[in-house]
Write a protein that binds this ligand. Structure first.
Ligand code: G16
Ligand code: MG
Length: 214
């Protein structure tokens, strides 16, 4: 019996995944490294450092370079997200959060991003969320189960009572590693290993999630 729904942020509730791409693309262009949307798929949901390593594709870099490049990418990213408003919530996201809460489910945001507090503030979401666990927590990032396990603990539920909603392969892996049920959003090539797959949350109601909620 599911009692809590743990939402990823980027690519699930809002489209910051596009801003991550644009910020990495800007850095890659400046460094003269080829990088397109297809390359970006591998970065979805993984940490900032892991993303940079994927972008560098084995090119040599000192720790100092890495730090400077991660900071530069983050500066670009923060520029983008500072312009966000509640209009940047993806269709269906707010409605589902409200329905869940009205029906006694607990809700959490579980994101690898250190920028989660700023994004949540821009989206004005605090009212519908019981707990937030983000990349600032002293824990391993996805695909490790740590962030999801921490969220369950904060909500006072056990992993078997949690449904994870994720758009990234690494996030689905993290949910399964935590012993939770998973709803994958996006193409089957990416999230086909989830317990249930939908294209996105547009028009999705509680009743549609019955197969994974019971
Ligand atoms: C997100 C994004 C990733 C990003 C990571 C770290 O994870 O999907 O692309 O690299 O956070 O973000 P930041 O550099 O802002 O700390 P999630 O878990 O919300 O999908
Ligand atoms: Mg995501």
């Amino acid at each position: 019996m599911i009692r809590a729904v743990l939402f990823d942020l980027d690519g699930v509730l809002t489209d910051t995944s596009e801003y991550h791409f644009l910020a990495w693309k800007r850095l890659a262009d400046e460094l003269g490294i080829p990088f397109d949307r297809q390359d970006n798929e591998a970065l979805r949901g993984v940490s900032r450092r892991e993303s940079l390593l994927l972008l560098l594709k084995g090119r040599p870099a000192t720790e100092e370079d890495m730090q400077a490049w991660m900071e530069r990418k983050n500066r670009y990213y923060v520029e983008y997200i500072s312009q966000m408003t509640p209009e940047n919530l993806l269709p269906g996201a707010l409605n589902l959060l409200q329905e869940l809460r009205a029906n006694g489910y607990k809700t959490a945001i579980v994101s690898s991003s250190k920028n989660t507090p700023l994004v949540l503030e821009r989206l004005n979401l605090a009212h519908w969320i019981d707990a937030v666990v983000d990349g600032n927590a002293p824990a391993r990032s996805k695909p490790a189960p740590d962030l999801f396990l921490l969220a369950a603990e904060r909500l006072g539920v056990v992993p078997q009572e949690c449904l994870v909603v994720e758009d990234a392969a690494a996030g689905i892996d993290a949910g399964h590693a935590a012993g939770m049920r998973t709803l994958g959003l996006g193409p089957r090539e990416r999230v086909g290993h989830a317990d249930m797959v939908l294209p996105d949350l547009n028009g999705v109601h509680l009743a549609d999630l019955k197969p994974v909620l019971e």
